[in-house]
Design a protein around this ligand. Structure first.
Ligand code: ADP
Ligand code: MG
Length: 677
């Protein structure tokens, strides 16, 4: 069997199952073996009954105590058992397994592993896996069971079986890394790494396997970047432009003074645009640091110099927001710069109109989504391309955008908080500017981490803020693997909240499955202060700017990565009013609290990410919570910073020595260049 073989060739995979696999992006056997687990289940040591915690999967060993009871309704029979150790007694229940009454009738010592739930009458272990007699558990102890991301109809077991079969039938003896590199960095063999990542016998094997795969992923990415850089370095600047006097005047007239950091970055940009070579620059700045205005200045300067400039945003909501604020700026200051919006959800007629204006050069500033890089769009004299929230785009998209012009200036904006040393590697083809200062009118956001008993207090607090004219966001938890449930969740929550808050307070909601027009309408109402509370999924996370909103409440905050929570929090504290962020946690576990408390202590995105990493320790097995900032398949920029540096060093060496391996094994660009950084 070869990696390119369709998975249907595996035993037990028919047309129906094939469709399910395709749904999660697995088409070939090669895709399958690179479908890495998202975490592992560990058969960990049993704990005393007194130390059980609700919400966790845990193991206990104890004596069967009293009789096994079968109750419930005929359709849903519930089997109940009590288990006792020296620290206490635990109630255990199973659904639809009445035969257990006989199986467990013999009494004695039993080991059970299952989820602990909190009930009105105390904690209960629900539907656990049974190890009876207890010794059976010892055989499993320490083993890691892979957990895969699934879709409805596809079971974890089905994936495990398919992966096992694929690994057994493929010839994996060929090595994909250069031998010198593999030896130098002590990297496991390809074969070993693939087996080890799916079915590690223990943690050591897992770490060793993962290391190698992370290294390889970084190496391919860096080599791709170096190739890009080769092409774009020192391109002659065809659009030499100085600062137009009207831009200077515009800066003077802004309602706020630019911060020192904004000024510095603006100087760097103007120096680039006036230099001999074309600009390729990354502007990095934390949420709310004021990146947009810098982009607007660059666009305005290009336009006044007679060129076109375009800015691409990752979502329609954000693109529209940029369009509206740019047109408003230009109107307010009487700047005769024609600006058009171009997004996917516009009607064919609207698009046609936009295309025409872009093509004939009437439109000088063009703002939109991915629609800006479609084939149908032809620019007249595109001299500047800007991507906002670059971490939501792939490297390839950035390239395609630049190819829309004749070697235009490239500016990318990102809120990804990473230290400079890593940024230099990851954005190898760009120069880096940092906005490391927040506007001075900002009051620091007040944070609190609370449990669900605080919900009513939070609602009354929101009522007070709304009475003062402010607005609030509430983020509903994501529902894993089910967009359908997520929609239901947001809709129900908003309806219940409407009841709760009573007449006079307008509650709106937003989720990813809504039509674009509906989303726009919801955002418009919120921006116009026609609604007071916006209940949303994380679609709100990127870039949205409503400075009048002062409260952000995040339900089930424990389920989010800290980096994402920080982005969400960035939706408030954007204006002159005191803002508040309420992290509501559904878990009382100490670690959860400690993790969320990091957000309490600092507003610095990078500190947050590194603290998060410190707390988790390297290589978190249990639902590998990646920083979620870049979509590497297995690598994580924070967690694997050391490997990233090694891979960069290795890439340099391979290129310098023009290694044989480079010619044979590389490129596998396609996949890599879709990584979003
Ligand atoms: P981000 O860096 O997250 O993209 P934005 O550019 O959206 O941030 O800016 C956030 C808010 O701060 C906007 O409302 C913007 O008008 C405002 N702002 C930007 N620069 C300044 C400044 N120098 N002083 C005061 N407010 C500013
Ligand atoms: Mg922004």
């Amino acid at each position: 069997m070869i990696e390119a073989a369709k998975i249907k060739e595996l035993k037990g995979i028919g047309e129906k199952t094939e469709k399910l696999f395709q749904k999660v992006g697995i088409d070939t056997v090669g895709d399958l073996i690179r479908y890495y687990p998202r975490g592992y289940d560990v058969y960990e040591e049993a704990v005393p009954i007194s130390e059980l915690e609700a919400g966790k999967v845990m193991t206990v060993t104890g004596a069967i105590y009293g009789r096994v009871l079968v109750g419930g309704s005929p359709r849903m029979q519930v089997t109940t058992l009590h288990v006792k150790d020296i620290t206490g007694t635990l109630k255990v229940i199973w659904f639809r397994m009445p035969f257990l009454r006989n199986t467990l009738a013999g009494g004695g010592i039993i080991t059970l592993r299952g989820r602990i739930a909190e009930r009105r009458d105390g904690i209960v272990m629900e539907h656990p896996e049974i190890f009876y007699p207890s010794e059976k558990y010892e055989e499993k102890r320490g083993a890691l069971q892979p957990i895969y991301t699934l879709t409805a109809g596809l079971t974890n077991n089905a994936v495990i079986k398919a992966v096992r079969q694929a690994l057994d039938n493929l010839d994996l003896s060929a090595e994909t890394l250069s031998p010198e590199i593999r030896l130098k960095y002590h990297l496991a063999e390809y074969n070993y790494a693939l087996r080890g990542i799916h079915f590690p016998e223990d943690k050591e094997v897992f770490y060793h396997a993962r290391n190698r795969l992370v290294f390889e992923e970084f190496l391919e990415f860096i080599l791709t970047l170096r190739k890009l850089k080769d092409g774009s370095e020192k391109l002659k600047n065809e659009y030499v432009m100085g600062i137009h006097p009207e831009v200077e005047a515009f800066i003077e007239k802004l309602p706020f003074a630019l911060t020192g950091a904004q000024k510095k970055v603006w100087e760097e940009i103007t120096a680039d645009m006036a230099s001999d070579t074309v600009m390729s620059r990354l502007v990095q700045g934390d949420v709310g640091s004021g990146k947009t205005i810098v982009a607007v200045l660059a666009l305005l300067n290009a336009a006044l110099n007679g060129y076109q400039g375009a800015m691409m945003a990752p979502t329609e909501v954000l693109a529209r927001q940029h369009y509206e604020s740019v047109t408003k700026y230009f109107e307010d200051y009487g700047l005769p710069v024609k600006t058009v919006l171009l997004t996917g959800s516009m009607t064919a007629k609207e698009k046609r109109r936009a295309y025409d204006r872009i093509e004939c050069g009437l439109a000088k500033v063009i703002i939109g989504t991915h629609a800006l890089i479609q084939n149908a769009v032809n620019y007249d004299n595109l001299a500047l391309v800007i991507t906002d929230e670059q971490h939501r785009f792939g490297v390839r998209q950035r390239e395609t955008f630049a190819e829309k012009g004749m070697m235009p200036h490239v500016l990318v904006m990102s809120a990804t908080p990473i230290p400079r040393t890593l940024a230099i590697i990851l954005y190898g083809d760009l120069n880096i500017s940092v906005i490391d200062e927040l506007p001075s009118n900002r009051l620091p956001i007040k944070n609190c981490v609370v449990d669900t008993t605080y919900r009513q207090t939070a609602y009354s607090f929101m009522r007070q803020q709304i009475a003062k004219g402010r607005q609030c966001y509430i983020i509903c938890p994501m529902v894993e693997d089910s967009e359908h449930l997520e929609v239901e969740n947001v809709t129900d929550y908003a309806a219940a909240l409407k009841e709760e808050l009573g007449a006079g307070i307008v509650v709106d909601h937003l989720h990813g499955k809504m039509k674009q027009k509906e989303k726009d309408a919801v955002m418009d109402r919120f921006a116009e202060k026609e609604s007071h509370v916006l209940v949303s999924t994380t679609v709100i996370e990127v870039g949205i700017d409503v400075p009048n909103a002062t409260v952000m409440m995040i339900e089930n905050a424990e389920r989010f990565g800290l980096a994402q929570l920080h982005q969400l929090r960035g939706r408030v504290g954007r204006g002159k009013h005191q803002s508040y962020c309420i992290f509501m946690s559904g878990s009382k576990a100490k670690e959860t609290r400690e993790r969320l408390d990091i957000l309490n202590k600092t507003n610095d995105g990078f500190k947050i990410a590194s603290e998060d990493l410190r707390l988790r320790g390297p290589g978190d097995l249990f639902g590998i919570r990646q920083s979620g900032l870049m979509n590497f398949k297995i690598a994580d920029v924070y967690q694997d910073a050391k490997i990233l540096k090694q891979a960069s060093e290795a890439a340099d060496w391979l290129l310098e020595t023009n290694n044989e391996w480079l010619k044979k094994q590389f490129p596998r660009y396609e996949e890599v260049s879709n990584i979003m950084i």
